[in-house]
Write a protein that binds this ligand. Structure first.
Ligand code: NDP
Ligand code: 8X3
Length: 256
């Protein structure tokens, strides 16, 4: 394991779920953290906890990754000691709806495409040139099993995660010859706020997604993200598909 102490780690979507768990994992590894999301109160609460537990150095960014001028301005105006981002965890993302494509809500599509694809691109475009110039860096994109296999009614969400997979591959190819690494961490079912967001706050429907099986936790995914980031410089974990033992495909699950 390579020490990453004092490296600057930017995590998008750090206010909940996998992003918050990554913040905790990197705080424990004594990195400096730039935590971004729209809900500043959540970020402040997390920062307080991490400060108390690890005396972490944390910079908060209230950021909507869909807003390109906001992303560019926020990342360009980071204070000196925070601007040299060593590790970027592109995690901010969401699903909205689970409908047949021809009955889908176009607003839901826009939100997923704008966040999962365009938001990830805006952040990446703002951060990676600095990594190349400094000759160090690691981009870790949170993809999904949904980017490997489309499932019924998953159409547009699966499309966005297939795009993330293609973008990770393209970025890796374009960075060949530089020391900057690109990893894609692609989970199956993880119990977070993901399904509540997908079903627009219908908690009962969200709960059913995980009923009778043992899903991954956000911490399981954060473990893998940290593992990717702490490999020696010549090792790139290019793509990791991690599933609950109770899941073998997007819709193939074992429920007790
Ligand atoms: P959560 O809903 O718990 O967390 C999503 C995070 O993304 C929140 O912190 C949210 O913050 C942030 N976010 C959403 N939209 C924006 C935006 N426009 N700008 C900035 N931040 C935003 O879900 P997960 O932790 O599960 O999801 C994290 C990632 O993992 C997503 O990319 C998701 O697609 C992926 N994933 C999830 C799986 C699962 O089963 N849970 C499986 C595979 C992949 P805020 O609302 O404060 O802005
Ligand atoms: C989240 C996992 O299977 O709900 O990307 O699409 S799934």
């Amino acid at each position: 394991m390579v020490a990453i102490k004092d490296q600057v780690v930017l995590i998008t979507g750090a206010s909940s779920g996998i992003g918050a768990a990554c913040a905790r994992a990197f705080a424990e590894a004594r990195t400096k953290l730039v935590l971004a999301a729209r809900r500043r109160d959540r970020l402040e609460q997390l920062a307080d906890e991490l400060n108390q537990e690890f005396a972490s150095e944390i910079h908060l960014l209230q950021l909507d990754v869909r807003d390109r001028p906001q992303v560019e301005a926020a990342l360009q105006s980071l204070p000196d000691s925070w601007g040299n981002i060593d590790i970027l965890v592109n995690n901010a993302g969401l699903s909205r709806g689970l409908d047949k494509l021809y009955e889908g809500d176009v607003q839901d599509w826009e939100e997923m495409i704008d966040t999962n694809i365009k938001g990830l691109l805006y952040v990446t475009r703002s951060v990676v040139p600095g990594m190349v110039a400094r000759g160090r860096g690691h981009v870790i994109n949170i993809g999904s099993i949904a980017g490997h296999q489309t499932y019924p009614n998953g159409n547009v969400y699966c499309g966005t995660k297939a795009a993330v997979r293609a973008i990770s591959e393209g970025l890796k190819q374009d960075l060949l010859g530089t020391p900057v690494r690109v990893s894609s961490v692609d989970p199956g079912l993880v119990e977070t706020e993901f399904s509540q967001v997908r079903f627009h706050g219908d908690a009962e429907r969200a709960e059913k997604v995980y009923q009778g099986l043992i899903p991954l936790t956000a911490e399981d995914v954060a473990d893998v993200v940290l593992f990717c980031a702490t490999r020696p410089a010549h090792v790139n974990l290019s793509e990791v598909l991690l599933l609950p033992t109770d899941q073998s495909g997007p819709t193939l699950v074992h429920r007790r």
